[in-house]
Write a protein that binds this ligand. Structure first.
Ligand SMILES: NC(=O)c1ccc[n+]([C@@H]2O[C@H](COP(=O)([O-])OP(=O)(O)OC[C@H]3O[C@@H](n4cnc5c(N)ncnc54)[C@H](O)[C@@H]3O)[C@@H](O)[C@H]2O)c1
Length: 398
C-alpha cells in the first residue's frame, strides 16, 4: 500500500478485517507499506499492521513477494504508480478520483485493458458502491421496482474549509488534487448515481466557485483533518504566509442521463454544519429511493404500485442477512458503519483477483467519471454553456 494517512488507515482496517469476516479464496498478507518519511511510515506500519515499510514506492512494484498494489496517495501520483505496477504485473486498487486529468486516466484505463488481457486486474476505489443501502438501490432499480427513472438528485456536502484561516492543504491545490470539491466528493456522487441507475451522464451545465481565494500555508503537509491552527505564524512580522487556492470550493451542475433522466448535482465544502452529507434521491414512474450517508443503515423506499391507501415512504433497516454484504455481519438490527464499505470493497477485489474476473468499478469506469468532471469544468469555464460528456469508446463492464 502506498500512503498511510486517511485512506491508508481505512484500507488497512479493511485489509486486516476482510479474511476474518468473509470466507474468501485467498488470504491477504499485509506485506509492505510506503510513505515519504521513514520515521512516520515506520510508526504507521506498526500501528496499521504492515510487516515492513519503505519510502520508495518502486520497491512495491519491483518486489516478487507482492501481488497487489493499493494506491492511497493524492491524485498527482496515481497515474505514475498505477502504470508502473500494472506494467510489472501487479493487480492494482487505486483510490478515486482515478487521476487528476483525462489524459492520465485514459493512459491508466488503456494500461488496465492491456493488463487484463494477461490476467492482471484493476479497480478504482469508489467505496460507496459497497454501502449495503446503495447496492440495494441498484438492485431495486435493476429489478424494475422504480419503473422509468425521471429524476436523480444528488448532493455531497461538507464544511471543513468554511474557516478562511484553514490552511492551504494539498486538496486545495490543483497540481496535487486535480480539482476541489468537484473531483473529491463530486466524483463520488457521479459514480454512485450512474452505478445505481445504470445510466450514464451525457452532458452538463455547471457553475463552480472558489469562495476563499487565498489561505495560510500549512505548517507541514496536512490531510483532511488539518486544523486552522496548522497555518504558519507571522512571517517577518508581516502576517502569515499565504498562497492561492487553485481549485473549486463548490460545484453545482444539472445533467442529462442517457436513459432520459434529468439530474442535479451539488458538491460543496462550504455547506456549514454538513460534515459528510452524501444524499441521493431517485424518482421513477413506479417509486422513489432516497439515501443519506449519515444514516447509512437506512434506505427510504416509496412503492407507488401498492394500494393507494397503503402508500408512503418505508424506512428499510439494511441489516437483514439477504441485504447486500450483510450475511457476514451481525444479527438483524445490529448496524454497521463507514469503515465496512472498505471491507466490502476488499472482499469484492480479493474475490475477483482470486477467481480471475474483473472487479468493478474498472479503470475505464474511473476514466468515464473523469470525462464527466472534465465536462463540468469546461461548462463552468464557458459561462455554464452546455458541455457534452465525451463518450467512452471502450465497453465498460457493469
Ligand atoms: N474513497 C473515499 O471515500 C476517499 C476518502 C478520502 C480520500 N480519498 C482519496 O484517497 C487518496 C488519498 O487521500 P487521503 O485523504 O488519504 O490523503 P492524506 O493526505 O490523508 O494521505 C495521503 C498519503 O499519501 C502519502 N503520499 C503522498 N505522496 C506520496 C508519494 N509520492 N509516495 C508515497 N506516499 C505519498 C502521504 O504521506 C500520506 O500518507 C486521494 O486520491 C483521495 O481523493 C478517497
Amino acid at each position: 500500500m502506498v500512503g498511510y494517512a486517511f485512506m491508508g488507515a481505512a484500507h488497512s482496517q479493511a485489509w486486516r478485517t476482510v479474511n476474518r469476516v468473509y470466507d474468501l479464496p485467498a488470504r491477504v498478507r499485509m506485506s509492505l507499506v510506503c510513505g515519504r518519511d521513514t520515521a512516520k511510515v515506520s510508526e504507521a506500519a506498526d500501528r496499521l499492521g504492515w510487516e515492513a515499510h519503505t519510502t520508495d514506492w518502486r520497491r512495491l512494484v519491483e518486489s516478487d513477494e507482492i501481488d497487489v498494489v493499493d494506491i492511497c496517495t493524492p491524485g498527482d501520483s496515481h497515474a505514475e504508480i498505477a502504470l508502473a505496477a500494472l506494467a510489472a504485473g501487479k493487480h492494482v486498487l487505486c483510490e478515486k478520483p482515478l487521476a487528476n486529468t483525462v489524459a492520465e486516466a485514459r493512459a491508466m484505463a488503456a494500461a488496465a485493458a492491456a493488463a487484463r488481457a494477461v490476467g492482471v486486474r484493476s479497480m478504482c476505489g469508489f467505496n460507496y458502491r459497497r454501502v449495503p443501502a446503495v447496492a440495494m438501490m441498484r438492485r431495486l432499480i435493476a429489478d424494475g421496482r422504480l419503473g422509468t427513472i425521471r429524476h436523480v438528485r444528488a448532493a455531497y456536502l461538507q464544511d471543513w474549509i468554511v474557516d478562511p484561516q484553514f490552511p492551504l492543504v494539498w486538496r486545495l491545490r490543483r497540481e496535487r488534487a486535480g480539482s476541489g470539491a468537484l473531483g473529491d466528493i463530486g466524483a463520488h456522487i457521479i459514480d454512485l448515481t450512474q452505478f445505481v441507475t445504470g445510466q450514464r451522464i451525457t452532458g452538463v451545465s455547471a457553475v463552480t466557485e472558489t469562495f476563499v481565494k487565498e489561505r495560510p500555508l500549512p505548517a507541514e503537509s496536512s490531510g483532511l483533518a488539518a486544523h486552522a491552527a496548522n497555518g504558519t505564524g507571522p512571517v517577518d512580522g508581516h502576517g502569515p504566509a499565504t498562497g492561492a487556492v487553485t481549485v473549486d470550493d463548490a460545484a453545482v451542475f444539472v445533467a442529462r442521463l442517457d436513459g432520459g433522466a434529468l439530474a442535479t448535482y451539488e458538491a460543496s465544502r462550504f455547506a456549514t454544519g454538513r460534515k459528510n452529507a452524501l444524499r441521493v434521491e431517485i424518482n421513477g414512474s413506479l417509486g422513489t429511493v432516497a439515501f443519506d450517508l449519515e444514516r447509512l443503515n437506512e434506505l427510504e423506499f416509496y412503492d407507488a404500485t401498492r394500494p393507494t391507501v397503503e402508500q408512503g415512504f418505508t424506512r428499510i433497516l439494511m441489516t437483514e442477512e439477504d441485504h447486500p454484504y450483510m450475511s457476514a455481519w451481525w444479527p438483524p438490527g445490529h448496524i454497521i458503519g463507514y469503515e465496512h464499505s472498505f471491507t466490502h470493497q476488499m472482499r469484492d477485489f480479493v474475490e475477483a483477483v482470486a477467481t480471475g474476473v474483473d472487479p468493478a468499478p474498472s479503470f475505464a469506469d474511473g476514466l468515464q467519471v473523469q470525462l464527466v468532471l472534465d465536462a463540468v469544468t469546461r461548462s463552468a469555464q464557458r459561462g455554464s454553456s452546455w458541455a457534452d460528456v465525451e463518450p467512452l469508446l471502450e465497453a465498460v463492464p457493469a
